[in-house]
Design a binder for this molecule. Structure first.
Ligand code: SF4
Length: 476
Protein backbone atom coordinates (compact mmCIF):
# COMPACT_ATOMS: atom_id res chain seq x y z
CA UNK A 1 0.00 0.00 0.00
CA UNK A 2 1.53 3.40 -0.93
CA UNK A 3 2.59 5.66 1.94
CA UNK A 4 -0.09 8.30 1.24
CA UNK A 5 -2.86 5.88 2.32
CA UNK A 6 -2.93 5.68 6.07
CA UNK A 7 -3.84 2.24 7.31
CA UNK A 8 -4.86 2.09 10.95
CA UNK A 9 -2.07 0.24 12.75
CA UNK A 10 -2.50 -3.05 14.63
CA UNK A 11 -1.41 -1.23 17.81
CA UNK A 12 -4.21 1.32 17.40
CA UNK A 13 -6.75 -1.46 16.78
CA UNK A 14 -5.51 -3.20 19.93
CA UNK A 15 -6.05 0.05 21.86
CA UNK A 16 -9.65 0.04 20.60
CA UNK A 17 -10.14 -3.58 21.69
CA UNK A 18 -9.00 -2.57 25.17
CA UNK A 19 -11.48 0.30 25.21
CA UNK A 20 -14.21 -2.14 24.17
CA UNK A 21 -13.27 -4.30 27.15
CA UNK A 22 -13.38 -1.26 29.48
CA UNK A 23 -16.85 -0.27 28.22
CA UNK A 24 -18.00 -3.83 28.83
CA UNK A 25 -16.76 -3.73 32.43
CA UNK A 26 -18.25 -0.31 33.03
CA UNK A 27 -21.71 -1.05 31.67
CA UNK A 28 -21.97 -4.39 33.45
CA UNK A 29 -21.41 -2.54 36.75
CA UNK A 30 -23.70 0.33 35.80
CA UNK A 31 -26.70 -1.59 34.45
CA UNK A 32 -28.47 -4.59 35.95
CA UNK A 33 -29.15 -6.15 32.52
CA UNK A 34 -27.40 -6.15 29.15
CA UNK A 35 -27.59 -2.57 27.81
CA UNK A 36 -29.30 -2.16 24.45
CA UNK A 37 -28.20 0.04 21.56
CA UNK A 38 -30.42 1.42 18.80
CA UNK A 39 -28.49 2.20 15.60
CA UNK A 40 -30.51 4.16 13.03
CA UNK A 41 -29.01 4.36 9.53
CA UNK A 42 -29.81 6.94 6.86
CA UNK A 43 -28.58 7.10 3.28
CA UNK A 44 -26.57 4.79 1.09
CA UNK A 45 -25.17 1.26 1.37
CA UNK A 46 -21.81 2.64 2.47
CA UNK A 47 -23.57 3.95 5.56
CA UNK A 48 -25.29 0.60 6.02
CA UNK A 49 -21.86 -1.05 5.88
CA UNK A 50 -20.46 1.47 8.39
CA UNK A 51 -23.38 0.79 10.72
CA UNK A 52 -22.68 -2.94 10.51
CA UNK A 53 -19.14 -2.23 11.73
CA UNK A 54 -20.42 0.08 14.46
CA UNK A 55 -22.77 -2.69 15.60
CA UNK A 56 -19.89 -5.18 15.49
CA UNK A 57 -17.88 -2.98 17.84
CA UNK A 58 -20.89 -2.40 20.09
CA UNK A 59 -21.46 -6.14 20.33
CA UNK A 60 -17.83 -6.53 21.41
CA UNK A 61 -18.54 -3.89 24.08
CA UNK A 62 -21.38 -6.02 25.44
CA UNK A 63 -24.36 -4.20 23.92
CA UNK A 64 -27.46 -5.95 22.64
CA UNK A 65 -29.70 -4.32 20.03
CA UNK A 66 -33.20 -2.91 19.79
CA UNK A 67 -35.23 -1.05 17.19
CA UNK A 68 -37.09 0.80 19.94
CA UNK A 69 -35.37 4.06 20.84
CA UNK A 70 -37.08 4.15 24.23
CA UNK A 71 -35.54 0.79 25.24
CA UNK A 72 -32.01 1.87 24.38
CA UNK A 73 -29.17 3.00 26.63
CA UNK A 74 -27.29 4.13 23.55
CA UNK A 75 -28.86 5.71 20.47
CA UNK A 76 -26.73 6.31 17.38
CA UNK A 77 -27.93 8.08 14.24
CA UNK A 78 -25.64 7.35 11.30
CA UNK A 79 -26.54 10.25 9.02
CA UNK A 80 -26.50 11.12 5.31
CA UNK A 81 -25.61 14.48 3.73
CA UNK A 82 -26.62 13.92 0.13
CA UNK A 83 -29.93 15.81 0.26
CA UNK A 84 -31.40 18.51 2.41
CA UNK A 85 -34.53 16.47 3.05
CA UNK A 86 -32.48 13.67 4.70
CA UNK A 87 -30.75 16.23 6.92
CA UNK A 88 -34.07 17.76 7.97
CA UNK A 89 -35.32 14.32 8.95
CA UNK A 90 -32.28 13.78 11.16
CA UNK A 91 -32.76 17.12 12.92
CA UNK A 92 -36.44 16.25 13.45
CA UNK A 93 -35.66 12.81 14.84
CA UNK A 94 -32.85 14.02 17.08
CA UNK A 95 -35.07 16.83 18.40
CA UNK A 96 -37.71 14.24 19.29
CA UNK A 97 -35.21 12.58 21.68
CA UNK A 98 -34.88 15.63 23.91
CA UNK A 99 -37.62 14.62 26.36
CA UNK A 100 -36.37 11.02 26.53
CA UNK A 101 -32.85 12.21 27.33
CA UNK A 102 -34.11 14.60 30.02
CA UNK A 103 -36.05 11.78 31.67
CA UNK A 104 -33.15 9.32 31.22
CA UNK A 105 -29.88 11.22 31.62
CA UNK A 106 -27.80 8.01 31.59
CA UNK A 107 -28.78 7.36 27.97
CA UNK A 108 -26.02 8.25 25.49
CA UNK A 109 -27.11 9.97 22.27
CA UNK A 110 -24.56 9.87 19.47
CA UNK A 111 -24.53 11.22 15.89
CA UNK A 112 -22.13 10.19 13.14
CA UNK A 113 -21.91 9.87 9.35
CA UNK A 114 -21.53 12.27 6.44
CA UNK A 115 -23.82 14.98 7.78
CA UNK A 116 -21.71 15.37 10.92
CA UNK A 117 -18.53 15.74 8.89
CA UNK A 118 -19.78 19.16 7.73
CA UNK A 119 -18.56 21.90 10.03
CA UNK A 120 -21.73 24.01 9.95
CA UNK A 121 -23.81 20.99 10.97
CA UNK A 122 -21.49 20.08 13.85
CA UNK A 123 -21.73 23.71 15.02
CA UNK A 124 -25.53 23.56 14.89
CA UNK A 125 -25.53 20.36 16.97
CA UNK A 126 -23.19 21.97 19.50
CA UNK A 127 -25.43 25.03 19.90
CA UNK A 128 -28.97 23.80 19.37
CA UNK A 129 -28.92 20.17 20.56
CA UNK A 130 -27.12 20.27 23.94
CA UNK A 131 -28.52 16.86 24.92
CA UNK A 132 -26.44 15.11 22.21
CA UNK A 133 -23.48 13.50 23.99
CA UNK A 134 -21.23 12.34 21.19
CA UNK A 135 -20.62 13.44 17.59
CA UNK A 136 -18.04 11.72 15.40
CA UNK A 137 -17.08 11.90 11.74
CA UNK A 138 -16.64 9.40 8.93
CA UNK A 139 -12.87 8.99 9.41
CA UNK A 140 -12.93 7.73 12.99
CA UNK A 141 -15.55 4.98 12.89
CA UNK A 142 -12.90 2.48 14.04
CA UNK A 143 -12.54 4.54 17.26
CA UNK A 144 -16.11 3.89 18.41
CA UNK A 145 -15.01 1.96 21.56
CA UNK A 146 -12.82 4.83 22.75
CA UNK A 147 -15.48 7.43 21.91
CA UNK A 148 -18.25 5.55 23.73
CA UNK A 149 -15.94 5.12 26.72
CA UNK A 150 -15.30 8.88 26.74
CA UNK A 151 -19.01 9.64 26.47
CA UNK A 152 -19.73 7.30 29.41
CA UNK A 153 -16.98 8.53 31.69
CA UNK A 154 -16.27 12.16 30.93
CA UNK A 155 -18.50 14.86 32.22
CA UNK A 156 -18.56 16.71 28.93
CA UNK A 157 -19.76 16.29 25.39
CA UNK A 158 -17.43 14.57 22.93
CA UNK A 159 -16.86 15.90 19.39
CA UNK A 160 -14.38 13.93 17.26
CA UNK A 161 -14.41 15.29 13.73
CA UNK A 162 -10.92 15.27 12.23
CA UNK A 163 -10.76 16.74 8.74
CA UNK A 164 -8.38 14.27 7.09
CA UNK A 165 -8.20 12.55 3.73
CA UNK A 166 -9.34 9.33 5.32
CA UNK A 167 -7.89 6.09 6.60
CA UNK A 168 -8.46 2.38 6.09
CA UNK A 169 -9.12 0.18 9.10
CA UNK A 170 -8.94 -3.57 8.57
CA UNK A 171 -10.18 -6.21 10.95
CA UNK A 172 -12.72 -4.27 12.98
CA UNK A 173 -15.66 -6.45 14.05
CA UNK A 174 -18.80 -6.50 11.94
CA UNK A 175 -22.36 -7.52 12.80
CA UNK A 176 -24.17 -8.06 9.51
CA UNK A 177 -27.89 -7.33 9.15
CA UNK A 178 -28.47 -10.40 6.97
CA UNK A 179 -26.96 -13.89 6.96
CA UNK A 180 -27.15 -14.47 3.18
CA UNK A 181 -26.64 -11.03 1.69
CA UNK A 182 -23.62 -8.87 2.50
CA UNK A 183 -21.84 -5.63 1.63
CA UNK A 184 -18.09 -5.31 1.25
CA UNK A 185 -16.66 -1.81 0.91
CA UNK A 186 -13.68 -2.16 -1.45
CA UNK A 187 -12.73 1.49 -1.47
CA UNK A 188 -13.62 4.70 0.31
CA UNK A 189 -13.91 8.35 -0.66
CA UNK A 190 -14.13 10.06 -4.02
CA UNK A 191 -11.82 12.24 -6.13
CA UNK A 192 -14.36 13.40 -8.66
CA UNK A 193 -15.84 16.54 -7.15
CA UNK A 194 -19.03 16.57 -9.19
CA UNK A 195 -20.15 20.15 -8.69
CA UNK A 196 -23.36 19.27 -6.79
CA UNK A 197 -21.97 16.56 -4.54
CA UNK A 198 -20.84 16.79 -0.94
CA UNK A 199 -19.30 13.29 -0.76
CA UNK A 200 -15.65 14.22 -1.56
CA UNK A 201 -15.76 16.80 1.23
CA UNK A 202 -17.09 14.42 3.86
CA UNK A 203 -15.59 11.06 2.86
CA UNK A 204 -12.08 12.13 1.83
CA UNK A 205 -9.97 11.04 -1.13
CA UNK A 206 -10.25 7.70 -2.90
CA UNK A 207 -8.43 4.89 -1.17
CA UNK A 208 -8.64 1.23 -2.07
CA UNK A 209 -8.44 -1.72 0.25
CA UNK A 210 -5.67 -4.17 -0.54
CA UNK A 211 -6.72 -6.96 -2.90
CA UNK A 212 -5.77 -9.62 -0.35
CA UNK A 213 -8.01 -8.01 2.31
CA UNK A 214 -11.00 -7.84 -0.05
CA UNK A 215 -10.53 -11.41 -1.30
CA UNK A 216 -10.09 -12.74 2.25
CA UNK A 217 -13.30 -11.04 3.46
CA UNK A 218 -15.19 -12.20 0.38
CA UNK A 219 -13.99 -15.77 0.79
CA UNK A 220 -14.94 -15.88 4.46
CA UNK A 221 -18.46 -14.69 3.54
CA UNK A 222 -18.79 -17.41 0.91
CA UNK A 223 -17.54 -19.98 3.43
CA UNK A 224 -20.19 -18.72 5.86
CA UNK A 225 -22.93 -19.32 3.28
CA UNK A 226 -23.48 -15.80 1.95
CA UNK A 227 -25.02 -15.86 -1.54
CA UNK A 228 -25.26 -12.26 -2.71
CA UNK A 229 -22.26 -10.08 -2.03
CA UNK A 230 -22.18 -6.45 -3.16
CA UNK A 231 -18.88 -4.64 -3.59
CA UNK A 232 -19.21 -1.01 -2.54
CA UNK A 233 -17.46 2.21 -3.39
CA UNK A 234 -18.46 5.73 -4.44
CA UNK A 235 -16.71 4.97 -7.71
CA UNK A 236 -15.79 1.27 -7.89
CA UNK A 237 -14.35 1.73 -11.39
CA UNK A 238 -11.45 3.61 -9.79
CA UNK A 239 -10.62 0.66 -7.56
CA UNK A 240 -6.93 -0.19 -7.36
CA UNK A 241 -5.55 2.87 -9.14
CA UNK A 242 -3.88 3.87 -5.87
CA UNK A 243 -2.51 0.40 -5.08
CA UNK A 244 1.02 -0.73 -5.72
CA UNK A 245 1.08 -2.66 -8.03
CA UNK A 246 -2.07 -1.23 -9.65
CA UNK A 247 -5.06 -3.55 -9.99
CA UNK A 248 -8.15 -2.79 -12.05
CA UNK A 249 -11.68 -3.32 -10.82
CA UNK A 250 -12.18 -5.86 -13.62
CA UNK A 251 -9.20 -7.84 -12.39
CA UNK A 252 -10.64 -7.86 -8.89
CA UNK A 253 -13.99 -9.13 -10.22
CA UNK A 254 -12.22 -11.91 -12.14
CA UNK A 255 -10.36 -13.02 -8.99
CA UNK A 256 -13.57 -13.16 -6.98
CA UNK A 257 -15.40 -14.95 -9.77
CA UNK A 258 -12.77 -17.72 -9.61
CA UNK A 259 -13.51 -18.52 -5.97
CA UNK A 260 -15.33 -21.80 -5.32
CA UNK A 261 -18.98 -21.68 -4.29
CA UNK A 262 -22.45 -20.76 -5.48
CA UNK A 263 -22.75 -17.00 -5.07
CA UNK A 264 -23.45 -13.83 -6.99
CA UNK A 265 -21.30 -10.70 -7.11
CA UNK A 266 -22.89 -7.26 -7.39
CA UNK A 267 -21.23 -3.88 -7.32
CA UNK A 268 -22.08 -0.22 -7.01
CA UNK A 269 -21.59 2.58 -7.89
CA UNK A 270 -19.97 2.90 -11.31
CA UNK A 271 -18.99 6.25 -12.74
CA UNK A 272 -19.34 6.51 -16.56
CA UNK A 273 -16.05 8.43 -16.73
CA UNK A 274 -14.15 5.40 -15.39
CA UNK A 275 -16.37 2.62 -16.70
CA UNK A 276 -14.28 0.69 -19.23
CA UNK A 277 -15.02 -1.75 -22.02
CA UNK A 278 -12.86 -4.16 -20.02
CA UNK A 279 -15.35 -3.96 -17.15
CA UNK A 280 -18.30 -4.64 -19.47
CA UNK A 281 -16.47 -7.60 -21.02
CA UNK A 282 -15.74 -8.93 -17.53
CA UNK A 283 -19.42 -8.68 -16.61
CA UNK A 284 -20.33 -10.62 -19.75
CA UNK A 285 -17.68 -13.30 -19.23
CA UNK A 286 -17.78 -13.94 -15.47
CA UNK A 287 -20.72 -16.21 -14.65
CA UNK A 288 -20.92 -15.12 -10.99
CA UNK A 289 -20.93 -11.38 -11.73
CA UNK A 290 -24.51 -10.08 -11.97
CA UNK A 291 -25.53 -8.60 -15.30
CA UNK A 292 -26.81 -5.46 -13.62
CA UNK A 293 -25.10 -2.17 -14.44
CA UNK A 294 -26.00 0.77 -12.24
CA UNK A 295 -24.44 3.59 -14.25
CA UNK A 296 -25.69 7.03 -13.16
CA UNK A 297 -25.86 9.51 -16.04
CA UNK A 298 -27.50 12.41 -14.08
CA UNK A 299 -28.32 14.43 -17.22
CA UNK A 300 -28.68 13.76 -20.94
CA UNK A 301 -27.45 17.22 -21.94
CA UNK A 302 -23.76 17.90 -22.52
CA UNK A 303 -23.80 21.49 -21.24
CA UNK A 304 -25.42 20.38 -17.99
CA UNK A 305 -23.02 17.43 -17.68
CA UNK A 306 -20.12 19.86 -18.03
CA UNK A 307 -21.59 22.18 -15.39
CA UNK A 308 -21.96 19.12 -13.16
CA UNK A 309 -18.25 18.33 -13.75
CA UNK A 310 -19.14 14.78 -14.74
CA UNK A 311 -16.29 14.44 -17.32
CA UNK A 312 -18.22 12.45 -19.94
CA UNK A 313 -20.65 13.26 -22.71
CA UNK A 314 -24.01 11.84 -23.63
CA UNK A 315 -22.33 10.14 -26.58
CA UNK A 316 -19.70 8.44 -24.43
CA UNK A 317 -22.41 7.28 -22.01
CA UNK A 318 -24.50 5.85 -24.84
CA UNK A 319 -21.53 4.08 -26.36
CA UNK A 320 -20.93 2.27 -23.04
CA UNK A 321 -24.58 1.27 -22.74
CA UNK A 322 -24.73 0.08 -26.33
CA UNK A 323 -21.58 -1.98 -25.88
CA UNK A 324 -23.02 -3.55 -22.72
CA UNK A 325 -26.27 -4.36 -24.57
CA UNK A 326 -24.30 -5.82 -27.44
CA UNK A 327 -22.42 -8.19 -25.11
CA UNK A 328 -25.15 -9.07 -22.63
CA UNK A 329 -28.35 -8.64 -24.67
CA UNK A 330 -31.55 -9.41 -22.80
CA UNK A 331 -29.69 -10.45 -19.69
CA UNK A 332 -28.47 -6.93 -19.04
CA UNK A 333 -30.38 -4.72 -16.69
CA UNK A 334 -29.53 -1.01 -16.53
CA UNK A 335 -30.39 1.37 -13.74
CA UNK A 336 -29.34 4.97 -13.35
CA UNK A 337 -29.52 8.12 -11.24
CA UNK A 338 -30.88 11.40 -12.58
CA UNK A 339 -30.89 14.91 -11.15
CA UNK A 340 -33.80 17.06 -12.30
CA UNK A 341 -33.49 20.85 -12.22
CA UNK A 342 -29.74 21.31 -11.84
CA UNK A 343 -29.01 25.07 -11.43
CA UNK A 344 -29.46 26.81 -14.78
CA UNK A 345 -30.96 23.75 -16.51
CA UNK A 346 -33.60 24.73 -19.07
CA UNK A 347 -36.65 22.74 -20.08
CA UNK A 348 -35.03 22.02 -23.46
CA UNK A 349 -31.98 20.61 -21.69
CA UNK A 350 -34.22 18.52 -19.43
CA UNK A 351 -35.85 17.15 -22.61
CA UNK A 352 -32.41 15.79 -23.57
CA UNK A 353 -32.51 13.80 -20.34
CA UNK A 354 -35.92 12.42 -21.30
CA UNK A 355 -34.69 11.44 -24.74
CA UNK A 356 -31.71 9.63 -23.19
CA UNK A 357 -34.12 7.81 -20.88
CA UNK A 358 -36.05 6.72 -23.99
CA UNK A 359 -32.87 5.50 -25.60
CA UNK A 360 -31.26 3.49 -22.80
CA UNK A 361 -34.43 1.73 -21.62
CA UNK A 362 -33.45 1.33 -18.00
CA UNK A 363 -35.38 -1.11 -15.85
CA UNK A 364 -35.63 1.54 -13.16
CA UNK A 365 -34.31 4.99 -12.31
CA UNK A 366 -33.45 6.79 -9.11
CA UNK A 367 -34.61 10.34 -9.75
CA UNK A 368 -34.05 13.37 -7.56
CA UNK A 369 -34.86 17.05 -7.72
CA UNK A 370 -31.60 18.98 -7.31
CA UNK A 371 -30.84 19.75 -3.67
CA UNK A 372 -28.23 22.45 -2.96
CA UNK A 373 -25.40 21.31 -0.69
CA UNK A 374 -23.61 24.06 1.15
CA UNK A 375 -19.91 24.22 0.23
CA UNK A 376 -20.29 22.76 -3.28
CA UNK A 377 -19.80 24.86 -6.47
CA UNK A 378 -23.35 24.16 -7.68
CA UNK A 379 -24.80 25.74 -4.54
CA UNK A 380 -23.30 29.06 -5.73
CA UNK A 381 -24.79 28.83 -9.26
CA UNK A 382 -27.87 30.76 -10.38
CA UNK A 383 -30.91 28.58 -9.99
CA UNK A 384 -33.84 30.51 -11.53
CA UNK A 385 -36.30 27.63 -12.14
CA UNK A 386 -38.84 27.44 -9.28
CA UNK A 387 -39.25 24.18 -7.35
CA UNK A 388 -42.85 23.76 -8.61
CA UNK A 389 -41.59 23.82 -12.19
CA UNK A 390 -38.90 21.25 -11.39
CA UNK A 391 -41.56 19.08 -9.75
CA UNK A 392 -43.56 19.25 -12.98
CA UNK A 393 -40.51 18.07 -14.95
CA UNK A 394 -40.04 15.31 -12.42
CA UNK A 395 -43.61 14.10 -12.92
CA UNK A 396 -43.01 13.98 -16.69
CA UNK A 397 -39.89 11.92 -16.13
CA UNK A 398 -41.60 9.51 -13.75
CA UNK A 399 -44.50 8.97 -16.17
CA UNK A 400 -42.04 8.27 -18.97
CA UNK A 401 -40.03 5.80 -16.92
CA UNK A 402 -43.17 4.08 -15.67
CA UNK A 403 -44.13 3.34 -19.26
CA UNK A 404 -40.61 2.15 -20.12
CA UNK A 405 -40.34 -0.03 -16.99
CA UNK A 406 -43.69 -1.62 -17.83
CA UNK A 407 -42.56 -2.32 -21.39
CA UNK A 408 -39.25 -3.77 -20.18
CA UNK A 409 -40.98 -6.04 -17.69
CA UNK A 410 -43.52 -7.23 -20.30
CA UNK A 411 -40.64 -8.59 -22.41
CA UNK A 412 -39.92 -11.14 -19.69
CA UNK A 413 -43.30 -12.91 -19.63
CA UNK A 414 -42.74 -16.68 -19.77
CA UNK A 415 -38.98 -16.45 -19.18
CA UNK A 416 -37.27 -18.47 -16.47
CA UNK A 417 -34.68 -16.73 -14.26
CA UNK A 418 -32.19 -18.00 -11.72
CA UNK A 419 -33.15 -15.90 -8.70
CA UNK A 420 -31.88 -15.32 -5.21
CA UNK A 421 -34.82 -15.56 -2.78
CA UNK A 422 -34.14 -12.74 -0.35
CA UNK A 423 -37.22 -12.43 1.83
CA UNK A 424 -40.97 -12.19 2.21
CA UNK A 425 -42.95 -10.64 -0.65
CA UNK A 426 -45.46 -7.81 -0.55
CA UNK A 427 -48.15 -9.25 -2.82
CA UNK A 428 -49.74 -11.42 -0.13
CA UNK A 429 -49.07 -13.59 2.93
CA UNK A 430 -47.61 -16.58 1.08
CA UNK A 431 -45.45 -14.60 -1.29
CA UNK A 432 -41.67 -14.62 -1.30
CA UNK A 433 -39.48 -12.07 -3.08
CA UNK A 434 -36.56 -13.00 -5.29
CA UNK A 435 -34.00 -11.07 -7.32
CA UNK A 436 -32.82 -11.98 -10.81
CA UNK A 437 -29.24 -11.63 -11.94
CA UNK A 438 -30.31 -8.33 -13.56
CA UNK A 439 -31.72 -7.09 -10.23
CA UNK A 440 -35.39 -7.47 -11.21
CA UNK A 441 -37.80 -8.55 -8.51
CA UNK A 442 -40.10 -11.54 -8.92
CA UNK A 443 -42.63 -12.46 -6.28
CA UNK A 444 -43.96 -16.01 -6.09
CA UNK A 445 -45.83 -18.27 -3.70
CA UNK A 446 -43.36 -20.43 -1.81
CA UNK A 447 -42.23 -21.87 1.47
CA UNK A 448 -40.22 -19.58 3.75
CA UNK A 449 -37.49 -22.23 3.89
CA UNK A 450 -36.51 -21.09 0.38
CA UNK A 451 -35.31 -17.73 1.70
CA UNK A 452 -31.56 -17.47 1.25
CA UNK A 453 -31.36 -19.93 -1.67
CA UNK A 454 -31.13 -19.67 -5.45
CA UNK A 455 -34.23 -20.91 -7.31
CA UNK A 456 -35.49 -21.00 -10.88
CA UNK A 457 -38.64 -18.93 -11.25
CA UNK A 458 -40.84 -18.49 -14.29
CA UNK A 459 -42.42 -15.09 -14.90
CA UNK A 460 -46.20 -15.40 -15.19
CA UNK A 461 -47.34 -11.81 -14.91
CA UNK A 462 -45.06 -8.78 -15.35
CA UNK A 463 -46.30 -5.69 -13.51
CA UNK A 464 -44.58 -2.27 -13.68
CA UNK A 465 -41.83 -2.58 -11.08
CA UNK A 466 -42.21 -6.18 -9.99
CA UNK A 467 -43.08 -9.44 -11.72
CA UNK A 468 -45.20 -12.31 -10.47
CA UNK A 469 -43.91 -15.79 -11.07
CA UNK A 470 -43.97 -19.44 -10.11
CA UNK A 471 -41.33 -21.82 -8.91
CA UNK A 472 -39.83 -24.04 -11.61
CA UNK A 473 -38.42 -27.50 -11.02
CA UNK A 474 -35.24 -26.79 -9.09
CA UNK A 475 -32.12 -28.38 -10.50
CA UNK A 476 -29.74 -25.57 -9.53
S1 SF4 B 1 -18.64 10.47 -8.37
FE1 SF4 B 1 -19.49 12.53 -8.22
S2 SF4 B 1 -21.58 12.14 -7.47
FE2 SF4 B 1 -20.43 10.29 -7.05
S3 SF4 B 1 -19.65 10.53 -4.96
FE3 SF4 B 1 -18.04 11.26 -6.34
S4 SF4 B 1 -18.40 13.47 -6.51
FE4 SF4 B 1 -20.27 12.55 -5.66
Amino acid sequence: MPAKIKKVSDEELEVQRQFAHKVNELTSKRYSSKPLACVVTYGCQQNVADSEHIKGMLEAMGYGFTEERTEAKLIIFNTCAVREHAEDRVFGNVGALKKYKLANPDVVIALCGCMMQQQHIAEKIKKSFPFVDLVFGTHVVYKVPELIYSALTKNRRVFELPDVDGVIAEGIPVKRDNDKKAWIPIMYGCNNFCSYCIVPYVRGRERSREVEDVVAEFKSLVDDGYKEITLLGQNVNSYGKDLEPKVSFSELLCMLNELDGDFRIRFMTSHPKDCTKELIETMAECDKVATHLHLPFQSGNDRVLKAMNRSYTREKYLSLINYAKELMGDELSITSDIIVGFPGETYEEFCDTKSLVEEIKATSLFTFIYSARKGTPAAEMDDPVPYEEKSKWMRELLALQERISGEQMALHKGKVFKCFVYGKGKQGDNYLAARTDGNLIIEFVGDEGLIGTFQKIKVTEPLTYVMLGELERNDL
